[in-house]
Design a protein around this ligand. Structure first.
Ligand code: ADP
Ligand code: ZN
Length: 204
């Protein structure tokens, strides 16, 4: 995001450990609806860390096969290489000692162990950045994102644009009938909608 108009927090996370050379790491969460720019923002932060010559490792969960097996790809075609993992346990074993920054996309598709894994990594001095949906298609908090939001030092809420009316959109509208919480794959399954236009019971 370059304009910052849809940020609801003013606190931008520091790019590097603070000027006092703190040993501790921290957790940043980027949360919002689909199409709100979470992946773009995650990729932007990870690129900047790479430019700063920090060692960066990037992960996504196995369930997300939207676009690419080995890249995080945004809806606007920004991409960055990533490693697919089966869960938070595998992720933890793969993070190397000299890694400075850990990026994680689609946090909502991880198991309930993700917040503890992120805490472990941050306690080891790493900057951990997690992007993910904060609500499911019914507007319910999407675990484990609420738990991550509670323990994060820095939170960025991203909003999309409502495709019905053009207002800022905080909801992910499912366009097909299914009661599965996780429904990924084909395009055209979801669109961004504002509070007024959101129909959790099904699209009009
Ligand atoms: P997320 O990771 O939150 O699903 P992405 O970072 O993958 O979002 O994609 C964000 C991009 O999607 C925007 O920059 C824009 O180019 C595109 N886009 C498509 N539909 C919308 C929408 N309804 N609102 C905002 N951006 C949209
Ligand atoms: Zn609307």
């Amino acid at each position: 995001m370059s304009d910052g108009e849809n940020r609801t927090t003013s606190a931008d996370a520091p790019e590097t450990p603070g000027s006092r050379q703190r040993a501790g790491g921290w957790i940043e969460v980027i949360a919002g609806s689909m199409f709100s720019g979470k992946s773009e923002e995650l990729i932007r932060r990870l690129r900047r860390a790479q430019i700063a010559r920090q060692k960066v490792q990037i992960f996504k969960p196995l369930v997300d096969d939207r676009f690419s097996e080995d890249h995080i790809v945004s809806h606007s075609e920004m991409r960055i290489a990533s490693r697919t993992v089966r869960g938070s346990g595998e992720l933890l074993t793969l993070v190397e000692d000299d890694t400075n920054v850990v990026g994680i996309d689609e946090g909502q598709f991880f198991d309930a162990g993700l917040p503890a894994a992120c805490n472990t990594l941050a306690d080891r001095g790493k900057r951990v950045i997690v992007a993910g949906l904060d609500q499911d298609y019914l507007g319910r908090p999407f675990e484990p994102m609420p738990q991550l939001l509670a323990i994060a030092e820095y939170i960025t809420k991203t909003l999309a644009i409502c495709v019905v009316c053009g207002d800022p959109a905080n909801h992910t509208q499912r366009l097909v009938a299914s009661s599965d919480r996780v429904l990924v794959g084909a395009s055209g399954l979801y669109e961004a909608r504002c509070r007024r236009c959101f129909r959790p019971e099904g699209p009009d």
